[in-house]
Design a protein around this ligand. Structure first.
Ligand SMILES: [Zn+2]
Length: 157
């Protein structure tokens, strides 16, 4: 695992974490997947590319800092967020998203900062690419697993 502050290539078998609000209005039970996912109408907020999607590199946090998903929320101290979603790097690359580690010098969370970029040819801001961005978000939504903050029904940690 890379030293804090160094930039590294994120291995395909690694994972990214992102904080979300655990709000029952944001989540819907998907019968096919047999679990809660974000409501399609809220994806623009939950998975907003601005121009990238900011995430934390799980393996850097767990292996280098021994920090769990729950401890990420404790460190950030923003009570609006109580849910951690996990996305596989291999999956993101399979759908042509780019995953790049972009550490800041803030240890221990900033050093794990990782960006997910839209596939080539999809502009994060061009209104003409809105439909393509939605397709990418829908795929990520179905492949985002809540690893902390949801023990059953949404809104209940
Ligand atoms: Zn670090």
């Amino acid at each position: 695992m890379c030293r804090c502050g160094d930039t590294a290539t994120v291995a395909p078998d690694n994972h990214l974490w992102r904080r979300f609000m655990n709000d029952s209005e944001h989540l819907v039970f998907d019968k096919r997947l047999n679990r809660y996912i974000f409501h399609g109408n809220i994806l623009g907020n939950m998975l907003q590319f601005n121009d990238d999607l900011s995430t934390y590199w799980r393996e850097h946090l767990t292996e280098r800092h021994n920090i769990s998903a729950e401890q990420v929320l404790v460190q950030v101290e923003d009570e609006r967020y109580s849910l951690i979603g996990e996305i596989s790097v291999e999956f993101l690359r399979k759908i042509q998203c780019k995953v790049s580690h972009g550490p800041t010098n803030v240890v221990p969370l900033g050093c794990s900062h990782t960006s997910v970029s839209l596939p080539d040819g999809i502009d994060p801001n061009d209104p003409r690419d809105k439909g393509k961005r939605r397709e990418v978000r829908l795929k990520i939504n179905e492949n985002c697993f809540f690893v902390h903050g949801m023990s059953g029904r949404p809104g209940i940690a």
